[in-house]
Design a binder for this molecule. Sequence first.
Ligand code: IPE
Ligand code: IPE
Ligand code: MG
Length: 253
Amino acid sequence: MIFSRSRASRVPVSAPAGGGEAGAPRHVAIIMDGNGRWAKARHLPRIAGHRAGAEAVRRTLRAASKFGIECVTLYAFSSENWKRPEQEVADLTGLMKQFIRAELDEMHRNNIRLRIIGDHRAFEPEAAAMVDAAVARTAGNDGFTLVVALNYGAQDELARAMRTLGAQVKAGTLDPAEIRPELIAAQLDTADLPPLDLLIRSSGEQRLSNFLLWQAAYAELYFTETLWPDFDEASLAEALASFGQRERRFGGL
Ligand code: IPE
Ligand code: IPE
Ligand code: MG
């Protein structure tokens, strides 16, 4: 099983009043990277790394729920990942379907809400329909929120938001002077989610690869050498401990 709310407990860090250490994050995003290298090191095909990566997703979500995190956003497929060979895209799509088939009932029982950011309609129709059905079925849940980034790119997300605002300006319903950060944020795929507190990337790469560029403005960044298929509860605990020691200033003192 992936989630157990009954065992939910806060990480042993608490937000001190009046600033100081960061406490516990509400919203954690993860760039799950390193599946291919994990497989390569074992002389296995890349799909084996992605399969092991799906197991790491289960472990990590269970741990996140146990640690009392409200919302986890997982980068599962970027708008640039279409550049990969067709077979790899098909394998990743297949794994996504398998994950929904295997986990949806339990997610729903555990009051988990599934949200998607990005445009998942670009995937083959059966996969896109399964995602739609999973989102619709869990829409009323108000426990843990699992956000999956599918065919997501932050630049694409911002371009879509700008198109919407541009159309409103053209229609005469929006004065350009009213375009402030809050208005832009409200147009993003993440509009109804808690602010991003912590962004984790596995596999040693230190870049954002077009993930949550706007939302990461004041997120704490955490990079680990651990390859995604090896990521587990202890890895998440380490990231949370690091976050707990950060002094978040948001430009103030
Ligand atoms: C992350 O692992 C999974 C996806 C991008 C879908 P990679 O497939 O990027 O693994 P590496 O970076 O080649 O090791
Ligand atoms: C980022 O990883 C995308 C996901 C984890 C889904 P990539 O492996 O695609 O990133 P780059 O190409 O190394 O920047
Ligand atoms: Mg990669």
